[in-house]
Design a protein. Structure first.
Length: 202
């Protein structure tokens, strides 16, 4: 792993300490103590802004490329794609708020939304998704999750867009719009062609 950082620290006499600058990483990796979160072969260029006052806040915006990420049962194969990401976060009484975040994998998957991370309670997340091509979404994002359910190698086609809200440890509402989608089991047990419709849960 290699990296470089160009950071500026501002310590005013009567205000919050602030940190801002750029961080670049090449072939980076990490691994959580329980092994559920990990990354390897990651290249990144991140613009960082942080404030360390009574209620700390930070903003991150940049690009991620190469390698892969393990997030619990989900493995994200980033390969050589150039992915834009951004997160805004601020702390307050009772926890953290993420008023805006986004993940843009051009031509494959766009995710954006907000989140609340209250102390001692399950997170609350609102998200909007747009997948103009489901075939690479299956390969790069869903294979690990589908394999856990015994559906490894599932072939997807078509487009999808939708939204979801999670709170209190469960799904509160969701909408998924499919347009001309195909779904084929990796072991040939079943398949569906030309799926279209608007699915709602509330």
């Amino acid at each position: 792993m290699s990296g470089a950082a160009d950071l500026q620290l501002h310590v005013p006499a009567d205000g919050a300490m602030e940190l801002a600058g750029t961080v670049e990483l090449a072939d980076a990796g990490f691994d959580s103590r329980d092994g559920r979160l990990a990354g390897e072969g990651l290249d990144a260029r991140i613009e960082l802004q942080a404030s360390f006052g009574e209620h700390p806040s930070f903003g991150v915006e940049g690009r991620l490329a190469g390698g892969g990420l393990l997030l619990g049962p989900a493995y994200l194969a980033l390969d050589d794609r150039d992915i834009a990401l951004a997160v805004q976060a601020r702390s307050g009484a009772g926890g953290w708020a993420l008023p805006a975040w986004r993940w843009e994998d051009p031509g494959i998957l766009s995710l954006r939304g907000s989140a609340r991370l209250p102390d001692g309670e399950p997170p609350a997340v609102d998200l909007v998704l747009d997948a103009p091509d489901l075939a690479p979404v299956g390969r790069h994002y869903l294979d690990g999750l589908l394999a856990v359910a015994g559906l490894g190698g599932m072939q997807l086609a078509g487009t999808a867009r939708g939204s979801a809200s999670l709170a209190g440890g469960g799904l509160q509402d969701a909408r998924l719009v499919r347009d001309g989608g195909d779904l084929t089991d990796g072991r040939g047990r079943f398949g569906f062609d030309g799926l279209q419709g608007d699915l709602r849960f509330s």
